[in-house]
Design a protein around this ligand. Structure first.
Ligand SMILES: Nc1ncnc2c1ncn2[C@@H]1O[C@H](COP(=O)(O)OP(=O)(O)OP(=O)(O)O)[C@@H](O)[C@H]1O
Length: 301
């Protein structure tokens, strides 16, 4: 398998004449292999968009090296097979999805029937009925679907997606997750960011957690399952029970290691509580909170 993204000690400092320099990215190492879906998560201001801007050639790093498809980041040919959706895609308002996809398909060297290829992707994203309508009249979700279809037309080898599910309703999110899974299963590589950790767990083979410009950890969902299996219990009842924190009114909640679940459930039963929910904690959410709140430096691979 070949590496599609290879970043070595990549740093970015924003210099401003009147203000202190901002070290947005500090010595970032990252390798994403072909066929992998890599989720990039971090709090606001952690450095995600900066990384994406460096990957897409919108900015140059202050130091370090990066390769995309084996070519240096400043070689425009490295992006010949890249589909990109920025956080707030700005599509040409006075064009139609069919026209926007047609332009991208031609730029990616699609041979043959460009219109058929464009319509295929518009259909896949459920917007074929507005193929010839002006994008300026679209809802946020429809514009997002158009941006994603535009990124995937011509089947590029790498997708870089900043918050790909933003603006989509639950059905739309599910559809797009399925499309991305299919793309990945066919050998495509995805690098994406999301603030919705549940989405990351659904899509990513591995995820990287960035904090204050540093990659704090890289893990797979399997690593998480091994390392951290915590459970959340929520209940309703009029009396306090050891360990339970009051949520609101007579609602209570606790998060605890899985081997303590049965004992806690018994205490709740004895106190006459009604169980509202027992579910595995989002392990990624747990790690995210730990990292962001403690600011501790974890390991990187
Ligand atoms: N053009 C700029 N000039 C100066 N500082 C900048 C610039 N762009 C970003 N920054 C700073 O760099 C840091 C990283 O910002 P970045 O936009 O990469 O974060 P992010 O992880 O994408 O955040 P969000 O989740 O809010 O989109 C922040 O401290 C931000 O204020």
């Amino acid at each position: 398998m070949t590496a599609v993204i290879q970043l070595e000690k990549l740093s970015k400092t924003y210099l401003n004449r009147w203000r202190k320099p901002v070290h947005a990215l500090r010595s970032l190492d990252l390798t994403v292999m072909q066929g992998e879906a890599f989720g990039f998560v971090g709090a606001n201001g952690a450095g995600k968009s900066t990384t994406i801007k460096l990957l897409t050639g919108a900015m140059k790093p202050s130091s370090g090296t990066g390769l995309l498809m084996g070519r240096p980041l400043d070689d425009h040919k490295s992006r010949a097979s890249l589909g990109y959706v920025p956080e707030n895609p700005s599509l040409y308002d006075y064009l139609t999805p069919l026209e926007v996809l047609g332009i991208s398909a031609r730029m990616r060297g699609v041979q043959g029937d460009v219109k058929a290829e464009s319509m295929r992707w518009l259909e896949r994203f459920g917007i074929v009925h507005v193929a010839k309508k002006l994008i300026r009249d679209f809802s946020k979700g429809m514009a997002q679907r158009t941006a994603l279809a535009q990124a995937m037309v011509g089947n590029p080898g790498l997708l870089i997606l900043d918050e790909p599910l933003s603006g989509l309703d639950p059905l739309g999110r599910r559809e797009v997750v399925d499309i991305l899974a299919e793309y990945r299963n066919n050998g495509g590589t995805i690098f994406f960011t999301s603030h919705v950790l549940h989405d990351v767990e659904r899509i990513a083979d591995r995820f990287g957690l960035i904090h204050q410009g540093e990659m704090r950890m890289v893990r797979s969902p399997a690593d998480l399952a091994r390392e951290d299996s915590r459970v959340q219990i929520r209940s309703m009842g009029s009396t306090a029970v050891a360990g339970m924190k009051r949520d609101v009114g007579e609602r209570w909640a606790i998060e605890l290691p899985h081997d303590q679940v049965w004992a806690q459930l018994e205490r709740l039963r004895d106190a006459g509580h009604q169980i509202v929910e027992v579910r595995a904690s989002l392990s990624l959410e747990h790690l995210f909170m730990q990292t962001v709140q403690s600011g501790s430096v974890g390991d990187t691979d």
